[in-house]
Structure formats: C-alpha cells, structure tokens
Design a protein around this ligand. Sequence first.
Ligand SMILES: Cc1cc2nc3c(=O)[nH]c(=O)nc-3n(C[C@H](O)[C@H](O)[C@H](O)COP(=O)(O)OP(=O)(O)OC[C@H]3O[C@@H](n4cnc5c(N)ncnc54)[C@H](O)[C@@H]3O)c2cc1C
Length: 385
Amino acid sequence: MLDFSLTAEQEELRRTLRSFFEREAPIEVIAAHDREERFPSDIYAKMAELGLCGVAIPEEYGGSEADQISICIIVEEVTRAGASLGYAYIPTATFCAKGVTKFGTEEQKAALLPEIAAGRMRMAMGLSEPEAGSDLAHLSTRAHREGDDFVVRGQKIFTTGADTADYIFTFVRTDPEASAHHGLSVLLIPREAEGVTVRPLPKLAGQGTHTCEVFLDDVRVSADNLVGTLNEGIRIIFSLLDAERIFVGAQGCGIGQGTLDLASKYSVEREQFGKPIIEHQAVGHMLADMAIDVEMARLLTWRAAWKMEQGLPCSMDASMAKVAGSEAGTRCALKGMQVLGGYSYMVEYGMERFYRETKLHEIAGGTNQIQRNIIAGHLQRQRTK
Ligand SMILES: Cc1cc2nc3c(=O)[nH]c(=O)nc-3n(C[C@H](O)[C@H](O)[C@H](O)COP(=O)(O)OP(=O)(O)OC[C@H]3O[C@@H](n4cnc5c(N)ncnc54)[C@H](O)[C@@H]3O)c2cc1C
C-alpha cells in the first residue's frame, strides 16, 4: 500500500515551525541579519529551545532523534525562513550531529551531543579545499601522528559557519601513501586551537552566517578527537553525504514553497487591467508550474528520506532528490521574480532573497553535474549486472 499522508505529529511539526519562523524570523529580520552580516544567534537559541538542535541526536544524549521525513520538514521550514538560519543550523544539527552520533566514541558523544542539542555548541563541515571540490577524495590537508596528538597542516575553503563554530568537523589525509579514496580520516578541530585561522569570504546570499577560509598551520589536536576509524574517513563521507543530499532537496523545497507563497499572495492582491494578476493566464500558469515543481521535488525528497529511514540503499534517490529539489527551487525563484514584477527587486518583499539563495543548492553537497554522474553510474550498473 502506498501512503502519502504525514503523521499527525509531522503535520503538527510543520504548523508549529511555520508560525514559529513567521513570528521569530520575518523577512525584515533576516534581511537585517544579512545586511549587517550578523550571525542569527538569538533566533538559533530559540530554535534550540524548541528542540530543533537535537533532532539527529538520540534521547540518551539530550536529543529527540526524529525520523528522516520530519528532518526534511524542519530543513524545508528553516530554509523557507532564510538561508542565514539554514547555514547556521544544518551543518551542526544534521551533518555533524549525525556524524558524531554514528561514528563518534562514547566519550565524544557524551561530551558533545548534549551541548549541540541544547544549542550551546556548533560545528562546521570542513570538507572542501581550494584544490579539492567535486574531487573531494583528493583532499590534501595532512594530519600526522605525534605521540598522543595529530598535527594538522592544510587549508579548507567554503567552510560555512566556521567563525562561529566550536569545532570544525575536518576531513584530513592521514595516510599519504594510500590511494585517494583511502587514508582519509575525520578530526574534530577546535576553532580556537593554536594555528587555526578563519577568514570569512564575502558572498552572494545568507550573509548572516559566514562562509570561510580555514588555515590550519601545524594545529595540534588530541588523538581523542579522531571520529571513526583511522584511514576510513571515506565511509563517513559516503554515509553523511546521502543524508546531506536529501536535505539539500528539502532546502530546494523550502525555496520553492517560500516563493510560491509570496507569489500567490501577491498575485491575488495586485490588480492590473482591472483584475487580480493571477487571472491573467500567463501569470496563473507560472504559479501552476511553481506548485507542480514544489510537489514533484517534495515527493522525490520524501521518498529518498523514507528509504533512508528504512535502512534501504538510497544513494541514487538522494542524488535525484538533490537535483529535483535544487532545480525546482531555482525555477520557482525565477518565476516568483517575474510574478512580482518590479517589486521582486525590493528587499522588503523577500523574493530577491530567495533568488540569490537558490543557486547554492545546485552547487553545494556535490554539484548537480556530479549528482547526474552518480545517477548515470547507477543506471549503467543496473544494466550491466
Ligand atoms: C556558499 C557556499 C557554502 C559552502 N559550504 C560548504 C561547507 O560548509 N563545507 C564544505 O566542505 N564545503 C562547502 N561548500 C563547497 C561546495 O560543496 C563546493 O563548492 C562544491 O562541492 C563544488 O566544488 P568546487 O566549488 O570546488 O567546484 P569544482 O569541483 O571546481 O567544479 C567546477 C565545475 O566543474 C564541474 N565538474 C567538476 N568535475 C566534474 C565532473 N567529474 N563531471 C562533470 N562536471 C564536473 C562542476 O559541476 C562545476 O560546474 C560551500 C560552497 C558555497 C558556494
């Protein structure tokens, strides 16, 4: 039997979040954070009070370990409210919290997860490097063992939230002799450790949460900060990236739904030639296409999340969700701009923010070209089995 309905708890979650963000993070508040490039710490603290920071964390460590569809709903609503919030929230509460939960030692879980769940600790994801973006397995930040420590030297780029994070969940090369996919490990590097320099990069959108360069100059961290098994970091990358891609799909749905809500409201209020513009067929059809796009993207995203929840293989589904969600978001943002006409350019209407924010979802988490490579690879393997 196919069941497309949300549970009563999931419906309630969506309603609660919608009214929470409309109250705590209206368009003008997020616009001010972006204009002033100011981290939304006040809103983040309230999100933690609501329990949002513990959704990937088991109850025994202070979280509520929500199901994957509920996390998609949260990510969608956070993104609808604004990228500055999404960039503050998603790396810590989904990617890194999940990484520590799944691969961390008992000591790491006991020390870190309750702090993350309470909103007192944040982490940034240190994967990308200047010479290793799509080709992540060729990353060259090197960590070598010295007694009870690792000494780390290298550079990360595009590390979102690094300047306000307590730890950078850093992928490093621990065995330079191994082939590219082997010899990688994950270290939790405290942002304030000696030798860590973080430099924010000016960017297009979500400026409230900075995206940074991170320089690691002979940074000494205890071997206790190793997450997972030495030299098996690629397993962590693959395991976390499927979830990340599903959540990027949900971010695209958030952009799509946000633009659809703004555009449909505007199109019934705005009159030209003596009638609401939604009654001009060209406008009505743009809104219809936006609604179709959001629903299609959400179906693929939730299906991938459902498979992940069931423990089924979902790598191809995650890539499909990521492409479908991000590209639906971009198409919706473009149409939303057209529906609002000149007002779409004005900050107070909120549409221009979605227009700037959406492009990232086609790039981060593995570009959409890389996702299509993954999907094509699966298709090829299915045919040559
Ligand atoms: C605002 C922002 C925030 C980010 N936050 C983080 C973060 O918190 N942590 C983190 O680790 N990273 C982060 N990233 C990095 C992001 O994940 C990378 O930008 C992305 O993986 C692409 O890498 P790249 O930019 O080096 O592009 P490249 O890999 O250099 O790609 C350039 C172009 O070539 C194409 N290309 C490359 N290889 C292939 C191929 N094999 N087949 C087809 N096309 C190919 C790509 O699709 C792309 O169009 C962020 C990026 C941005 C812009």
